[in-house]
Design a protein around this ligand. Structure first.
Ligand code: NDP
Length: 241
């Protein structure tokens, strides 16, 4: 396993496409070994092949963030393959069902809320806690939670999205709690907003490329030891909570 021990190991959830793939690609280009977390076998294999073809060191990790069993198995795979984890990018996320491009709070189906929270919030807690023992073994562990400025209670951007936006508000809040809990450790935890990015998520009708969206997550994944903790950032700097 000398091959991986020389390099940092970075797990990206939802890495088979969109911003997650671009984060994986960017971290691979920086010399990290990338663990491609994805729930679909074929999509994961294809992403690993594309990353390897670009020169990155990558391997696939079966990972459905809504499943305790899948997440535990993913942690076991990384423990076996690498023995530690240097970077975790919690990128996997869903918008949830919309009606006319919005989620109206006055008619919200609670199952939509549950589904969105299960991926965007519980998924992050599930994955982070499963990976923390591996992160603690690294010299300079970094955790990045891919959030959204739609979760900013100050900005209140975008359409009314009564499941998605609060899921990102809660993700921001949980990021702050992780940072507080881990303040005396070398584990640095932050949240980021990628901006409005052309992916499946937005029907590819958005101005930014996945590479542009990935940049802030990559920056937070490679922070120096004196970098910020428990913050919310985009390309421009601090995003208001
Ligand atoms: P995409 O829909 O293109 O990609 C989402 C990724 O998450 C896919 O790889 C998807 O896998 C994966 N995923 C979803 N559910 C699960 C699950 N249960 N387990 C594992 N993986 C899962 O979206 P984006 O790349 O645009 O979004 C990535 C992140 O960025 C999300 O957290 C989103 O909220 C956030 N974001 C995006 C913005 C944008 O403008 N695009 C703006 C602000 C934030 P699969 O292919 O199997 O479905």
């Amino acid at each position: 396993m000398g091959r991986v021990n020389d390099r940092k190991i970075a797990l990206v959830t939802g890495a088979n496409k969109g911003i997650g793939f671009a984060v994986a690609h960017g971290l691979g280009a920086l010399g990290n070994t990338v663990a491609v977390g994805a729930r679909d076998d074929a999509r994961r294999d294809e992403a690993v092949e594309r990353l390897r073809a670009s020169g990155a060191d990558a391997f696939g990790v079966a990972l459905d963030v809504t499943s305790d069993e899948s997440v535990a198995a993913a942690a076991a795979t990384i423990a076996r393959t690498a023995g530690r984890l240097d970077v975790l990018v919690n990128n996997a996320g869903i918008a949830g069902r919309t009606d006319g491009g919005a989620q109206d709070p006055t008619t919200l189906d609670l199952d939509v809320l549950r589904t969105v929270l299960d991926t965007n919030v519980f998924g992050v807690v599930r994955v982070t806690n499963a990976m923390l023992p591996l992160l603690r073994r690294a010299d300079a562990p970094r955790v990045v939670n891919v959030s959204s400025n739609m979760g900013s209670l100050t900005l209140r951007t975008g359409p009314v999205m009564a499941a998605y936006a609060p899921s990102k508000s809660m993700l921001n809040s949980i990021t702050a709690q992780y940072a507080r809990r881990l303040a005396d450790t070398h584990v640095i935890v932050n949240a980021c907003c990628p901006g409005y990015v052309a992916t499946d998520f937005t029907g590819f009708a958005a101005p930014r490329t996945p590479e542009q969206g990935a940049a802030i997550a990559i920056r937070l994944a490679t922070l120096p030891d004196d970098g910020p903790r428990g913050g919310f950032f985009d390309d421009e700097g601090v995003v208001p909570w």
